[in-house]
Design a protein around this ligand. Structure first.
Ligand SMILES: CC(C)(COP(=O)(O)OP(=O)(O)OC[C@H]1O[C@@H](n2cnc3c(N)ncnc32)[C@H](O)[C@@H]1OP(=O)(O)O)[C@@H](O)C(=O)NCCC(=O)NCCS
Length: 177
Protein backbone atom coordinates (compact mmCIF):
# COMPACT_ATOMS: atom_id res chain seq x y z
CA UNK A 1 0.00 0.00 0.00
CA UNK A 2 1.33 3.45 -0.83
CA UNK A 3 1.01 5.84 2.08
CA UNK A 4 -2.14 7.88 2.51
CA UNK A 5 -2.40 11.44 1.33
CA UNK A 6 -3.21 13.59 4.33
CA UNK A 7 -4.87 16.92 3.69
CA UNK A 8 -7.37 19.35 5.19
CA UNK A 9 -10.98 18.17 5.00
CA UNK A 10 -13.25 19.97 2.56
CA UNK A 11 -17.03 20.05 2.53
CA UNK A 12 -17.21 17.23 -0.04
CA UNK A 13 -15.49 14.89 2.47
CA UNK A 14 -18.16 15.28 5.13
CA UNK A 15 -20.41 12.45 3.96
CA UNK A 16 -17.49 9.97 4.05
CA UNK A 17 -16.51 11.26 7.49
CA UNK A 18 -20.10 10.87 8.67
CA UNK A 19 -20.16 7.26 7.43
CA UNK A 20 -16.87 6.29 9.07
CA UNK A 21 -17.99 7.81 12.36
CA UNK A 22 -21.49 6.32 12.18
CA UNK A 23 -20.06 2.83 12.17
CA UNK A 24 -18.09 3.48 15.36
CA UNK A 25 -20.99 5.18 17.13
CA UNK A 26 -23.26 2.23 16.38
CA UNK A 27 -20.82 -0.58 17.09
CA UNK A 28 -18.12 0.65 19.46
CA UNK A 29 -17.40 2.48 22.67
CA UNK A 30 -14.68 4.84 21.44
CA UNK A 31 -17.43 7.43 20.98
CA UNK A 32 -19.87 8.06 23.80
CA UNK A 33 -22.49 9.19 21.32
CA UNK A 34 -25.36 6.74 21.00
CA UNK A 35 -27.19 8.13 17.97
CA UNK A 36 -24.94 8.86 14.99
CA UNK A 37 -24.84 12.57 14.26
CA UNK A 38 -26.36 13.79 11.01
CA UNK A 39 -24.47 15.53 8.23
CA UNK A 40 -25.31 18.98 9.61
CA UNK A 41 -23.79 18.18 13.02
CA UNK A 42 -20.64 16.83 11.36
CA UNK A 43 -20.53 20.01 9.29
CA UNK A 44 -20.85 22.20 12.39
CA UNK A 45 -17.87 20.44 14.04
CA UNK A 46 -15.82 20.87 10.87
CA UNK A 47 -16.74 24.57 10.75
CA UNK A 48 -15.92 25.08 14.43
CA UNK A 49 -12.41 23.70 13.87
CA UNK A 50 -11.96 26.06 10.91
CA UNK A 51 -13.25 29.06 12.86
CA UNK A 52 -10.86 28.26 15.70
CA UNK A 53 -7.96 28.02 13.22
CA UNK A 54 -7.48 24.35 14.14
CA UNK A 55 -6.80 21.43 11.77
CA UNK A 56 -9.46 19.02 10.55
CA UNK A 57 -7.70 16.40 8.43
CA UNK A 58 -8.60 13.47 6.24
CA UNK A 59 -6.40 10.59 5.07
CA UNK A 60 -7.04 9.55 1.47
CA UNK A 61 -6.20 6.27 -0.23
CA UNK A 62 -7.01 5.88 -3.91
CA UNK A 63 -9.11 9.02 -3.76
CA UNK A 64 -11.24 7.67 -0.93
CA UNK A 65 -11.47 9.12 2.59
CA UNK A 66 -10.30 6.35 4.93
CA UNK A 67 -9.76 8.30 8.15
CA UNK A 68 -10.20 11.68 9.76
CA UNK A 69 -8.80 13.54 12.74
CA UNK A 70 -9.42 16.99 14.13
CA UNK A 71 -8.94 19.23 17.12
CA UNK A 72 -11.36 21.58 18.84
CA UNK A 73 -10.85 23.92 21.78
CA UNK A 74 -10.67 21.84 24.97
CA UNK A 75 -13.00 24.06 27.01
CA UNK A 76 -14.54 27.46 26.26
CA UNK A 77 -13.10 29.49 29.14
CA UNK A 78 -10.31 31.69 27.79
CA UNK A 79 -7.44 30.49 29.97
CA UNK A 80 -7.76 27.13 28.18
CA UNK A 81 -7.00 28.72 24.82
CA UNK A 82 -3.71 26.89 24.24
CA UNK A 83 -5.26 23.48 24.91
CA UNK A 84 -7.24 21.37 22.45
CA UNK A 85 -9.06 18.06 22.49
CA UNK A 86 -8.73 15.84 19.45
CA UNK A 87 -10.61 12.97 17.82
CA UNK A 88 -9.42 10.36 15.35
CA UNK A 89 -11.25 7.62 13.48
CA UNK A 90 -9.95 5.22 10.86
CA UNK A 91 -12.37 3.28 8.66
CA UNK A 92 -12.60 -0.23 10.07
CA UNK A 93 -11.29 -1.85 6.89
CA UNK A 94 -8.16 0.30 6.89
CA UNK A 95 -6.96 -0.16 10.46
CA UNK A 96 -3.54 -1.48 11.55
CA UNK A 97 -1.79 -0.15 8.46
CA UNK A 98 -0.13 2.86 10.07
CA UNK A 99 -2.77 5.38 8.92
CA UNK A 100 -3.85 6.40 12.44
CA UNK A 101 -0.24 7.00 13.49
CA UNK A 102 0.52 9.10 10.40
CA UNK A 103 -2.64 11.14 10.88
CA UNK A 104 -1.89 11.76 14.57
CA UNK A 105 1.69 12.76 13.76
CA UNK A 106 0.47 15.27 11.17
CA UNK A 107 -2.16 16.64 13.55
CA UNK A 108 0.50 17.14 16.22
CA UNK A 109 2.77 18.87 13.72
CA UNK A 110 0.03 21.28 12.62
CA UNK A 111 -1.08 21.99 16.19
CA UNK A 112 2.52 22.78 17.11
CA UNK A 113 2.52 25.30 14.25
CA UNK A 114 -0.71 26.84 15.60
CA UNK A 115 1.02 27.60 18.92
CA UNK A 116 -1.02 25.01 20.83
CA UNK A 117 0.60 23.87 24.05
CA UNK A 118 -1.34 20.77 25.16
CA UNK A 119 -3.39 18.15 23.28
CA UNK A 120 -5.89 16.13 25.27
CA UNK A 121 -7.51 12.90 24.08
CA UNK A 122 -10.40 11.38 25.96
CA UNK A 123 -10.39 7.73 25.02
CA UNK A 124 -13.47 5.64 25.39
CA UNK A 125 -13.17 3.17 26.94
CA UNK A 126 -10.35 1.73 29.04
CA UNK A 127 -10.40 -1.52 27.01
CA UNK A 128 -9.71 0.37 23.75
CA UNK A 129 -6.24 -1.05 23.33
CA UNK A 130 -5.94 0.11 19.71
CA UNK A 131 -6.45 3.74 20.67
CA UNK A 132 -4.29 3.54 23.80
CA UNK A 133 -1.40 2.02 21.82
CA UNK A 134 -1.81 4.32 18.82
CA UNK A 135 -1.68 7.36 21.13
CA UNK A 136 1.31 6.01 23.02
CA UNK A 137 3.04 5.48 19.70
CA UNK A 138 2.33 9.14 18.80
CA UNK A 139 3.92 10.44 22.02
CA UNK A 140 0.84 10.79 24.25
CA UNK A 141 1.04 9.72 27.89
CA UNK A 142 -1.80 8.50 30.06
CA UNK A 143 -2.94 10.97 32.68
CA UNK A 144 -5.62 8.95 34.39
CA UNK A 145 -8.84 7.01 34.14
CA UNK A 146 -12.30 8.29 34.95
CA UNK A 147 -14.21 5.23 36.02
CA UNK A 148 -17.78 4.39 35.02
CA UNK A 149 -18.52 7.82 33.56
CA UNK A 150 -20.35 6.44 30.52
CA UNK A 151 -23.06 3.92 29.86
CA UNK A 152 -23.54 2.35 26.44
CA UNK A 153 -24.60 -1.13 25.30
CA UNK A 154 -25.73 -1.82 28.91
CA UNK A 155 -22.21 -1.42 30.25
CA UNK A 156 -20.54 1.17 32.46
CA UNK A 157 -17.60 2.68 30.62
CA UNK A 158 -14.40 4.39 31.71
CA UNK A 159 -12.56 7.09 29.83
CA UNK A 160 -8.79 7.29 29.72
CA UNK A 161 -7.34 10.77 29.44
CA UNK A 162 -4.18 11.02 27.36
CA UNK A 163 -2.09 14.13 26.88
CA UNK A 164 0.71 15.30 24.66
CA UNK A 165 2.68 18.43 25.49
CA UNK A 166 4.04 20.47 22.62
CA UNK A 167 7.03 22.71 22.91
CA UNK A 168 6.15 26.12 21.60
CA UNK A 169 8.84 27.56 19.34
CA UNK A 170 10.72 30.45 21.03
CA UNK A 171 8.69 32.88 18.90
CA UNK A 172 5.36 31.40 19.88
CA UNK A 173 6.41 31.15 23.52
CA UNK A 174 6.93 34.88 23.65
CA UNK A 175 3.43 35.45 22.22
CA UNK A 176 1.77 33.42 24.96
CA UNK A 177 0.61 35.57 27.85
C1 LIG B 1 -7.30 3.97 17.29
C2 LIG B 1 -7.20 4.01 15.77
C3 LIG B 1 -7.38 5.45 15.32
C4 LIG B 1 -5.77 3.54 15.38
O1 LIG B 1 -5.65 3.69 13.97
P1 LIG B 1 -4.82 2.63 13.09
O2 LIG B 1 -4.63 3.20 11.76
O3 LIG B 1 -5.48 1.31 13.17
O4 LIG B 1 -3.45 2.58 13.91
P2 LIG B 1 -2.00 2.33 13.30
O5 LIG B 1 -2.03 1.19 12.34
O6 LIG B 1 -1.43 3.61 12.82
O7 LIG B 1 -1.22 1.86 14.59
C5 LIG B 1 -0.59 2.77 15.49
C6 LIG B 1 0.06 1.98 16.61
O8 LIG B 1 -0.98 1.40 17.42
C7 LIG B 1 -0.87 -0.03 17.43
N1 LIG B 1 -2.21 -0.60 17.28
C8 LIG B 1 -3.23 -0.11 16.53
N2 LIG B 1 -4.31 -0.90 16.65
C9 LIG B 1 -3.95 -1.89 17.48
C10 LIG B 1 -4.64 -3.02 18.00
N3 LIG B 1 -5.92 -3.28 17.65
N4 LIG B 1 -4.00 -3.83 18.86
C11 LIG B 1 -2.72 -3.59 19.21
N5 LIG B 1 -2.00 -2.53 18.74
C12 LIG B 1 -2.62 -1.69 17.90
C13 LIG B 1 -0.05 -0.38 16.21
O9 LIG B 1 0.63 -1.58 16.38
C14 LIG B 1 0.89 0.81 16.11
O10 LIG B 1 1.97 0.66 17.02
P3 LIG B 1 3.48 1.03 16.56
O11 LIG B 1 3.41 2.48 16.06
O12 LIG B 1 4.25 0.88 17.82
O13 LIG B 1 3.81 0.09 15.46
C15 LIG B 1 -8.22 3.07 15.09
O14 LIG B 1 -8.10 1.78 15.65
C16 LIG B 1 -9.66 3.52 15.25
O15 LIG B 1 -10.15 4.32 14.47
N6 LIG B 1 -10.34 3.00 16.29
C17 LIG B 1 -11.75 3.31 16.54
C18 LIG B 1 -11.94 4.74 16.96
C19 LIG B 1 -11.07 5.14 18.12
O16 LIG B 1 -10.83 4.39 19.07
N7 LIG B 1 -10.62 6.40 18.05
C20 LIG B 1 -9.85 7.04 19.09
C21 LIG B 1 -10.81 7.73 19.99
S1 LIG B 1 -9.98 9.14 20.73
Amino acid sequence: MTGPIIRSAVEADLESIRRIYEHDVLTGTASFEIDPPDRETIRTRWQLAGEAGLPYLVAMIENQVVAFAYALPYRPRPAYRYTVEHSIYVDRSWRRRGIGKQLLDRLVELLTGCGIREIIGIIGDSTNEASLLAHESAGFHQVGTLQNVGRKFDRWLDTVIVQRSLSPSPNEATKIQ
